[in-house]
Design a protein around this ligand. Structure first.
Ligand SMILES: Cc1cc2nc3c(=O)[nH]c(=O)nc-3n(C[C@H](O)[C@H](O)[C@H](O)COP(=O)(O)O)c2cc1C
Length: 224
């Protein structure tokens, strides 16, 4: 798959086959992602790759705390609820996903079930928790670096037939993640990526999110 095809066809995958992902493929993907640019080549990232029992403990701890009403404990700053066009786009993708899954607007039980899937990292066989060096926590440049490396990771996975969803819900209770993934104190948990072989029968996996037009997102200066 060439880079254009990978970028154009990639979409978030939220249903996975019950099939392990070989460690060698994950190493290959991380090696490629690791070529991402970073400010002054600082490479401030670290990947904690979980599967099996430790991942089950993260899933269980994260979901049960969210279900019992423990407020989210994240290590990155939250912006609060989305509004305006951001909210509109959030609602649009939610509608697309719910329509694909046959979840009716007033079906509170199924909507809750969907939210809980997110807290369980969509039952993916692998979760990659992405962290950065705490010494850089005072500014936001490391956040940029993490975005770059995480997108590279997702694209490299996609090019190998693997599916991912970047999954903020999975680290909502970051102390649980830190404990079971044994993340050192000098790292900040940014997000996690749920990864596995896509389940072709899981209808939400076919959802293609919309994008704004190039003329909406770009301003050209000095081209006339
Ligand atoms: C920082 C970040 C956090 C995200 N967290 C979640 C999440 O918790 N649950 C989820 O279902 N999708 C999550 N996503 C996936 C987005 O919903 C998805 O990328 C967006 O709707 C566009 O869809 P696409 O990836 O299929 O193009 C996250 C994406 C990013 C970049």
């Amino acid at each position: 798959m060439n880079i254009d095809d990978a970028m154009a066809s990639r979409r978030s995958i939220r249903g996975f086959q019950d099939k392990p992902v070989p460690k060698e493929i994950i190493e290959e993907i991380i090696a490629l992602a690791n070529r991402a640019p970073s400010s002054m080549n600082t490479q401030p990232w670290h990947f904690h790759v979980l599967t099996g029992a430790p991942l089950e403990k993260v899933r269980e701890g994260n979901s049960s705390r969210m279900l019992s009403g423990v407020p989210p404990v994240r290590e990155i700053t939250d912006h609060g609820a989305y509004a305006g066009p951001h909210r509109d786009r959030q609602v649009e993708i939610a509608k697309q996903l719910f329509a694909a899954m046959g979840i009716a607007r007033d079906d509170k039980e199924m909507r809750q079930d969907w939210v809980m899937r997110g807290f369980r990292q969509f039952d993916a066989p692998v979760s990659i928790v992405v962290t950065f060096d705490k010494s850089l926590d005072g500014g936001t440049i490391a956040h940029f670096d993490l975005g770059a490396v995480t997108y590279g990771l997702v694209l490299a996975a996609w090019a190998r037939g693997l599916g991912c969803v970047i999954n903020g819900q999975g680290i909502m209770q970051s102390p649980v993640v830190r404990e079971h993934a044994q993340i050192p104190e000098d790292e900040v948990i940014m997000t996690c990526v749920a990864l596995g072989w896509p389940d072709e029968d899981f209808s939400a996996n076919a959802v293609v999110s919309t994008r704004r037009d190039v003329n909406d997102v770009a301003t050209f200066v000095g081209f006339d």
